[in-house]
Design a binder for this molecule. Structure first.
Ligand code: G1P
Length: 289
């Protein structure tokens, strides 16, 4: 089992980041000096992925423009001896083979993934949610792929979250398999603390087998009246092996303002270019409080 393809669902309406996301896709908001989705694509590429499908909608063409060449801009930059900038502009277009499909109707994450059926064909594939950003030594998608390949199973990336946050996620029922890896036997989407299976929540990274497509086709709308990927995974984990990987790394939900601000600060602090300046700025600011 070799995972070569990835699907990035990025067709949400971005209603938690308004008004900025009225005309700018939330995946295109700048995280320091790159749009959020570029981090997701770089993680996929660093995990061995060659072909990437982005599931978009009609308001998101800024994404396909970004991953295309921009001859006029590149020519101008080269003429002005701005070689570094020209390279950066070109690099984003050459990161991977990127394909697009539109979701057409906003019917939920499960429906968005189902739109990838023709692209995926008959091989296992990774899913990276377009607004979940991971800061990790080993790319989180690689950690999930390694476990999936080792166990011949589908796999989900999990971390523990406190009771008061579990209802934002899907909670999985797990039994230990090896260090940081668990067997998954059930799950539910956005449970109350009383309904949760455990405090292990799925956080935006998956490796799935193509069996998921037939399952999603027959999955009725669930939480929020939408076709939920979690409901499809619940069926998948009962018919074939699935593991949960308690991955190493820090996850940021850039789809809400607080998560986005945390990501901006941490990524800026980690940057050689502006990290030292920002650290000093924060120290000076803190003295004023
Ligand atoms: C989605 C999934 C949920 C998952 C979460 C974090 O929820 O439906 O199962 O736990 O992402 O990755 P959303 O954040 O879109 O509400």
């Amino acid at each position: 089992m070799k995972v070569r393809k990835a699907v990035i669902p990025a067709a949400g309406l971005g209603t938690r980041m308004l008004p900025a996301t009225k005309t700018i896709p939330k995946e295109m908001l700048p995280l320091v000096d790159k749009p959020v989705i570029q981090y997701v694509i770089e993680e996929a590429v660093a995990s061995g992925i060659e072909d990437i499908l982005i599931v978009t909608n009609r308001a998101k063409s800024a994404m396909d423009d970004y991953f295309d060449y921009h001859p006029e801009l590149e020519e101008r930059l080269l003429r002005d001896n701005k070689t570094k900038e020209a390279e950066l502009v070109r690099m984003s277009a050459d990161l991977a083979n990127i394909f697009y499909v539109r979701q057409k109707e906003t019917k939920g994450l499960g429906h968005a993934i189902w739109r990838a059926k023709r692209f995926v064909g008959d091989e296992p594939f990774a899913v990276l949610l377009g607004d979940d950003i991971m800061m990790a030594k080993t790319p989180v998608t690689k950690q999930i792929i390694d476990a999936a390949e080792k166990h011949g199973a589908s796999a989900v990336g999990v971390q523990t979250v406190p009771d008061e946050h579990i209802s934002k996620y899907s909670s999985v029922k797990v039994s230990p398999l090896e260090e940081r890896v668990y067997r998954v036997s059930d799950m539910n989407e956005k449970p109350t603390p009383a309904e949760k299976f455990s405090n292990y929540a799925i956080l935006g990274r998956y490796v799935l087998t193509p069996d998921i497509f037939d399952i999603l086709e027959n999955t009725p709308p669930g939480y929020g009246g939408e076709i939920q990927l979690t409901d499809g995974l619940k069926t998948l984990c009962k018919q074939s092996p699935m593991v949960a990987v308690d991955f190493e790394g820090r996850r940021y939900d850039t789809g809400n303002l607080k998560g986005f601000m945390e990501a901006i600060i941490d990524y800026a602090l980690a940057s050689d270019e502006i990290g030292p300046w920002l650290k000093q700025f924060i120290v000076d600011k803190a003295r004023q409080f």
